[in-house]
Design a protein around this ligand. Structure first.
Ligand code: NI
Length: 176
């Protein structure tokens, strides 16, 4: 297993639409393990493959608390089958947008179909934090970020800040 570098806003890779996983093989399982290790290292509670630069429709989630045993979950080719009328609000963050948090309103409950680690088709009903997390990560697979769900004014401010940070990270060029 290895920790992979995270793709950070405003990298255009984050706006790519990921393609479905065609076959769940050892390579896919290794990527899932790397994603989990990267997520635990960050630390975060969810990670989509595109956030480590791989445009495949898969994501990992672990909502266990610090003092609880790890509970990794892998969702391959996840799709929202249905979502509730009732909405819920959570303060969201994203490993690709470090240290920025904002409240986002989404359906409170969703049913998601997906393929598991063994290549088996499954369905899961989720509510609360898991429902939010699944929707946030599935958005990533379509190039959508949680800041797309907040006001344009706030979003523009965040994007501007991260553009500036990215520019500052570039090595200074010698002149003359
Ligand atoms: Ni995210």
């Amino acid at each position: 297993m290895s920790i992979k570098p995270l793709i950070i806003l405003p990298d255009p890779v984050l706006r790519q639409v990921s393609r479905p996983v065609e076959r769940v093989d050892d390579e896919v399982r290794k990527l899932a393990d790397d994603m989990l290790e990267t997520m635990y290292d960050a630390p975060g509670i969810g990670l989509a493959a595109i956030q480590v630069g791989v445009p495949l429709r898969m994501l990992v989630i672990d909502l266990s608390k610090e003092d609880e045993p790890k509970a990794p979950q892998l969702f391959i080719n996840p799709e929202i089958v249905s979502s509730s009328e009732a909405r819920g609000v959570y303060e969201e963050g994203c490993l690709s947008i470090p240290d920025y948090y904002a409240e986002v309103e989404r359906p409170a409950e969703v049913v998601v179909s997906y393929v598991d680690r063994e290549g088996k088709k499954r369905e899961a009903r989720a509510e609360g934090l898991l429902a939010t997390c699944l929707q946030h990560e599935i958005d990533h697979l379509d190039g959508v970020l949680f800041i797309d769900h907040i006001s344009r004014l706030k979003r523009d401010m965040v994007v501007r800040k991260f553009k500036k940070l990215a520019k500052d990270r570039q090595p200074a060029r010698m002149v003359g």
